[in-house]
Design a protein. Structure first.
Length: 507
């Protein structure tokens, strides 16, 4: 069997008819995932009020999607290489839409966590397939760079569309409505994708090894769970056991891949300095930004008193900056250098986060908006170029697995960032001293404190909210400072690891 996208000799292979229409379908899948990720943060105060999760459950709702998707991305990317990337993309999109309904109608914290985990299984099929199809549809390097830029810009645009659309829905409907917006996007994606997307697969993939799938899933989830629990509750025997189990499973996964004739993931890819440097840059970038991203909506709504729609608009500069930067990033990397663009972008994000370390309850929007704009520009430059580097580093038959590595770094960084930096915010917040009569539940989360204040006398409620908000902002500022240090470290690492790296040029 041969791939339907094996390039023939001549310009037809380079300039495949219908490639831009096919790209429009792929970016819908990206939009689906980006919108879902951003509306969750906006809906968190409402979920907290309605489902009354504990602080730990609230973090699980935020990061279990990333845990599961990180554990399955490589396996699903490899599966797409084997059974067909179009097939797994459309099947995953259908499941994603159906599971969004389950998220919308969750009635308990436990059911919400389960729904988010199942959504992670479906989400793991989408992102690797989109990038792998781009690698196979666009054979001209400059066109591929533009396609990757549009792909990244759409993901960034989704971070703006999500909060604004979600804010509008939260102002008129219940919080579950923010998940139902996935359904029309999914429907268009599937109906149009059936007609426009070409199928592609690895012509000689070998079997899909279930043992490797299980080792990857157990390894990633075990490690991330151990980090999360250690950051929240300190080192305990169960936490240590989970970490050791995860490490052992990952060791077994790597060993198995090195000894298999047709591995799920070719570990030799990591011997390429450009590939490894790009993956590490993505992981550290998302890790450093996750604390701000996850808690920003709560800050805007519960501290500064903005309505959901207004909070969504307030986050717009980050998306605008990322879209603009993503569209010019590859051109800039060819004119200057890959390492200059990536390292410079990461340094810009780090400096913006450092500025937000001085965040206060009454920080004016010009300061916040400017910082978010710089974060968006820096992230857009970095993510677009590293995605291009990763795709250019591998044969197109391995595009699914390589794309999955890129997305795994992203999701793993998000999970670790929420776990570590989220635990910083939560740990600082819980130590606030409230007035006499403050219920214990108010120390679980800022949303719980706002809910508790509604049942207290006015003077006690005001004192509680003042103390809780002050403590929350202090925790968020501290997490921003830690994130800034991580981003500046990532900038230095990218400068050395991406030395001499160049993007492909058309022959």
């Amino acid at each position: 069997m041969t791939s339907t996208l094996q390039p023939a000799k001549g310009t037809e292979a380079v300039k495949r008819p219908g490639r831009w229409l096919a790209l429009s379908v792929l970016v819908l899948a990206v939009l689906l995932v980006a919108v879902d990720a951003t509306v969750l943060g906006l809906a968190t105060p409402y979920i907290s009020e309605d489902l009354a999760p504990s602080g730990t459950q609230l973090l699980w709702i935020g990061d279990v999607y990333s845990f599961v998707i990180a554990g399955l991305l490589v396996s699903m990317g490899s599966l797409g290489d084997r059974i067909g990337r179009k097939r797994i993309l459309l099947g995953g999109a259908t499941a994603f839409g159906a599971l969004s309904v389950l998220n919308a109608y969750a009635t308990t914290p436990e059911l919400m966590i389960l729904a988010r985990a199942l959504l992670g299984v479906a989400g793991a099929t989408l992102m690797p397939a989109t990038l792998a199809l781009i690698r196979n549809i666009f054979h001209d390097p400059r066109e591929r760079s533009l396609a990757v830029g549009i792909w990244g810009a759409t993901a960034s645009a989704g971070t703006a569309v999500g909060p604004i659309t979600g804010g509008f829905l939260l102002g008129h409907f219940w919080w579950g409505s923010v998940f139902l917006i996935n359904l029309p996007v999914m429907a268009v994606l599937v109906l149009v994708g059936i007609r426009t997307l070409p199928e592609s697969r690895n012509p000689d993939p070998g079997p899909w090894d279930l043992s490797s799938v299980l080792l990857s899933l157990v390894g990633v989830i075990g490690i991330v769970y151990a980090v999360k629990e250690a950051a929240t509750h300190g080192f305990t025997w169960p936490t240590l056991a989970a970490g050791l189990l995860g490490a052992a499973a990952l060791h077994g996964f790597v060993h198995r891949q090195l000894t298999m004739p047709a591995p799920l993931l070719d570990m030799r890819l990591f011997r390429r300095r450009g590939f490894s440097g790009a993956v590490l840059a993505d992981l550290l970038t998302v890790l450093g930004m996750s604390g701000l991203v996850f808690f920003l909506s709560q800050y805007l709504q519960l501290v500064q008193g903005r309505r959901p729609f207004e909070a969504g608009l307030a986050e717009l500069p980050a998306a605008v900056g990322a879209v603009a930067a993503g569209l010019v990033a590859s051109r800039a990397a060819r004119r200057f250098s890959v390492r200059a663009v990536v390292s410079g972008g990461l340094a810009a994000v780090g400096l913006a986060l450092a500025a937000l370390a001085a965040l206060g309850q009454s920080t004016g929007y010009p300061v916040l908006g400017a910082a978010l704009l710089v974060v968006g520009i820096g992230a857009g430059l970095s993510f677009t170029v590293t995605a291009d580097v990763i795709l250019s580093s591998v044969p197109k038959d391995q595009a699914g697995a390589a794309s999955a590595v890129s997305e795994t770094a992203y999701e793993l960084g998000a999970a670790l960032g929420i776990a570590l930096l989220g635990s910083v915010v939560t740990g600082v917040y819980r130590d606030f001293t409230g007035p006499e009569g403050t219920p214990a539940a108010a120390h679980e989360s800022l949303g719980a404190a706002v809910e508790a204040s509604a049942h207290l006398p006015a003077r006690t409620a005001d004192a509680l909210l003042t103390a809780a908000r002050e403590s929350f902002v202090h925790g968020l500022a501290l997490a921003s400072g830690v994130g800034a240090a991580v981003l500046l470290l990532a900038s230095v690492a990218a400068w050395f690891l991406l030395k001499g790296q160049k993007l492909e040029s058309a022959g």
